[in-house]
Write a protein of this length. Structure first.
Length: 149
């Protein structure tokens, strides 16, 4: 992937072997969910979780997968509301295995099957649409730790 490739407005955290790509409008809680996932990893609720990138990330197709990398100027930085920009551990790349869309217009209590997936550069990836009035962390933890019945 070219370092000069355009970045996208999103945040990503590597949880275990996959990256959770968090999308949403400014102020929707992308950084908050990323930090919550990192803390969930530290407490053993999910596998080890480490930041890939906050606010801006680069996406590229690698084979039949989507790879995410931090935007170089922001690598290792995360916004913590009330504390400002903080430095933390990060990884240079990860394969996207789940997309979380915050403030999603199609979020429902029992979502349609088609809303639980998205396509990035032609690669289909599981997706969680989250409404503005719902905490995303329990949904993400459930997606990472349970199987569909």
């Amino acid at each position: 992937m070219s370092e000069g490739a355009p970045s996208v407005h999103a945040t990503a955290v590597k949880v275990g072997q996959i990256a959770v790509l968090i999308r949403g409008p400014s102020g929707s809680g992308k950084s908050r969910l990323a930090f919550d996932l990192i803390m969930a990893g530290r407490s053993g609720v999910v596998e080890r979780a480490v930041l890939v990138g906050d606010d801006r990330v680069h996406l590229a197709t690698v084979g039949n997968e989507i790879e995410v990398r931090p935007a170089p100027p922001l690598a290792g930085l995360i916004e913590i509301r009330g504390l400002g920009i903080r430095r933390c551990d990060f990884v240079e790349r990860a394969t996207v295995g789940l997309v979380v869309d915050l403030d999603a217009q199609d979020a429902e209590r029992l979502p349609a099957t088609e809303s639980l997936k998205t396509s990035i550069f032609g690669v289909e990836i599981p997706r969680i649409p989250v409404s503005r009035d719902y905490s995303p962390l329990p949904l993400v933890v459930a997606a990472l730790t349970t199987t569909k019945s």
